[in-house]
Design a protein around this ligand. Structure first.
Ligand SMILES: NC(=O)c1ccc[n+]([C@@H]2O[C@H](COP(=O)([O-])OP(=O)(O)OC[C@H]3O[C@@H](n4cnc5c(N)ncnc54)[C@H](O)[C@@H]3O)[C@@H](O)[C@H]2O)c1
Length: 68
């Protein structure tokens, strides 16, 4: 992403973050300097994902939620 579309410092809410696609998106957003709110319905998957994402920075939280 170039400067025009920089997401550094922005807050991104990523649903299904415990899964394959959501996890990849969350990882990329963290690498770009965004603050990530990771949402998933499964606590265990979410906890694993948040731990993984913390290797890229501290600006990540996990929220268990049912996103319709
Ligand atoms: N992975 C691919 O290559 C691919 C390709 C094309 C389409 N898709 C589609 O994209 C979607 C996501 O794919 P994926 O591979 O990441 O799936 P996945 O099963 O790895 O992840 C889905 C995640 O969503 C969570 N989830 C399910 N229902 C939820 C709800 N109501 N609220 C919150 N979280 C919920 C699950 O707990 C899981 O962690 C699926 O519909 C899939 O069919 C995936």
């Amino acid at each position: 992403m170039n400067e025009q579309f920089s997401i550094t410092g922005k807050v991104a809410v990523i649903t299904d973050a415990g899964g394959v696609l959501g996890g990849s998106i969350a990882k990329y957003f963290m690498q770009q300097g965004a603050k990530v709110v990771a949402v998933d319905i499964r606590q265990e998957q979410l906890d694993k994902r948040v731990e993984e994402l913390k290797t890229y920075g501290e600006d990540v939280i996990g929220i268990v939620g049912n996103v319709p």
